[in-house]
Design a protein around this ligand. Structure first.
Ligand code: NDP
Ligand code: 2IT
Length: 443
């Protein structure tokens, strides 16, 4: 296998899907050596098979706004790979998504889910619907219409969606309600559910907490811990808020956060209760932070979050949000580790720069796997029809993140001791999926 030739061919077969090409490129660059050393992979043409989804479902989502006007959005579900279990992965509602976005996210999800050690295949979906500025009733009508088609394709043993950008507890509730009505079954078909109707403790917090747990594992490896550390982060959504919460519990200071309009920098440490009130309760803009903390700074340039002098950088918003220039800034400021809370937030040239400068670079499929891991635990609890305690779920999450960190060390440690977490995560995830696919024959 020659990565360049493979990618050229992929781009020819699937034109116009730049994010998907980027995600595949990153994986095959990492696995080139192990793939070429093991002829059993090429003998069953594994790579050509693994980049083709099992199926892609695309559909029309018509809905009415509060004035009675009819709108149409596009709905997607990529059922990418089921070698390890039912398709599993979130739903994203964001106006800028395309088929290529969902293919990139679905492809990443296969290897992320493999790393958790839980029996989950990879999938992803969503819509170009923009929940911003919509009323609760409009969001409900949209979710009901979306699920009216999606319910035909999902099920607890088939495909189990969850949240992602623009899909949180409110949307999961509306989607679950409509599924129950259509299927006449109360079952674990979605994760991220409310605690009183099948949800798991710690699912809401899991991605952010898991991100900080694996960062702690990294720090421990370097004889250090979170206390006294300065953290720069982007985002102010589900992942960012609970990463910030855990950082603060462990004695670190969060200095920056952002939303799609701009960023705040507070050298006194971010007031997280206020961020929760602005973003979770009021669905407002991060700029409002200044009304209560006038000494903090606001900038419309979201890249400014990376100009803060920090030990740890956590990009938690969206893909390709941390570029080469920002990576140079982080290195110049002495940042030790970048852990991706979002999916593919660091651009490829920035990843290479961080690796070259021996900064810890923990890729999303390892660093943000805590969310889907607790989703997997929610599925287990649903199957047993019981609910574990928060302590029990948190302990399992700790263990899973520790195991993922160990897998990265196993496959990513170089002779000089530096750990290439990107390679480690990709090789560990790939080997697990590849072996399962070979065992199951040509399907
Ligand atoms: P949320 O919708 O809760 O928050 C997203 C945050 O990112 C918001 O602050 C949002 O700003 C900002 N944002 C969204 N799109 C853009 C954009 N195009 N440019 C700049 N900022 C943007 O989503 P999550 O926190 O759940 O997801 C964040 C990232 O984490 C995504 O990459 C997601 O795939 C990944 N992830 C999420 C998991 C989960 O369990 N939720 C699990 C693993 C990964 P605004 O408020 O203005 O919209
Ligand atoms: O990107 C992700 O891993 C998620 N959005 C969570 C998926 C899930 O099924 O919990």
């Amino acid at each position: 296998m020659n990565p360049k030739q493979f990618l050229d061919n992929l781009t020819k077969i699937h034109p116009g899907e730049a994010e998907f090409h980027q995600a595949v490129g990153e994986v095959i660059e990492s696995i080139e050596e192990v793939y070429n050393q093991n002829p059993q992979f090429e003998s069953v043409n594994l790579l050509d098979r693994i980049v083709e989804p099992d199926r892609i479902i695309m559909f029309r989502v018509p809905w009415q706004d509060d004035e009675g006007k009819v709108h149409v959005n596009r709905g997607y579900r990529i059922e990418f790979n089921s070698a390890l279990g039912p398709y599993k992965g979130g739903l994203r509602f964001h106006p800028e998504v395309s088929l290529g976005t969902f293919k990139f996210l679905g492809f990443e999800q296969i290897f992320k889910n493999a790393l958790t050690g839980l029996p989950m295949g990879g999938g992803k979906g969503g819509s170009d619907f923009d929940p911003k500025g919509k009323t609760d009733n409009e969001v409900m009508r949209f979710c009901q219409s979306f699920m009216t088609e999606l319910h035909k394709h999902i099920g607890p043993e088939t495909d189990v969606p969850a949240g992602d950008i623009g899909v949180g507890g409110r949307e999961i509730g509306f989607l679950f309600g409509q599924y129950g009505r259509l299927a006449n079954r109360f079952e674990g078909v979605l994760t991220g559910k409310g605690l009183s109707w099948g949800g798991s403790w710690i699912r809401k917090e899991a991605t952010g907490y898991g991100l900080v747990y694996i960062t702690q594992n990294f720090l421990q490896e370097h004889g250090s811990d979170m206390s006294g550390k300065r953290i720069a982060m982007s985002g102010a959504g589900n992942v960012a808020i609970y990463a910030a919460e855990k950082v603060m519990q462990l004695g670190g200071t969060v200095l920056s956060m952002s939303d799609s309009n701009g960023c705040i920098i507070d050298e006194d440490g971010i007031d997280l209760d206020l961020v929760k009130e602005i973003k979770e309760v009021n669905r407002g803009r991060i700029k409002e932070y200044l009304e209560k903390h006038p000494k903090a700074k606001y900038s419309e340039n979201r890249d400014d979050v990376w100009k803060v002098k920090c030990d740890i950088a956590l990009p938690n918003a969206t893909q390709n949000e941390l570029n080469l220039e920002s990576a140079k800034m982080l290195v110049a400021n002495g940042c030790q580790v970048v852990a991706e809370g979002a999916n593919m937030p660091v651009t490829p040239d920035a990843v290479h720069y961080l690796l070259k400068n021996k900064v810890g670079m923990i890729p999303g499929k390892a660093a943000n796997a805590g969310g889907v891991a607790v989703s997997g635990l929610e599925m287990s609890q649903n199957a047993m029809k019981l609910q574990w305690t928060p302590k029990e779920v948190d302990e399992r999450l700790h263990q899973i993140m520790f195991n993922i960190h160990e897998s990265c060390l196993k496959y990513g440690k170089r002779p000089d001791g530096y750990v290439d977490y990107v390679k480690g995560a990709n090789v560990a995830g790939f080997l697990k999926v590849a072996e399962a696919m070979i065992d199951q024959g040509l399907v």
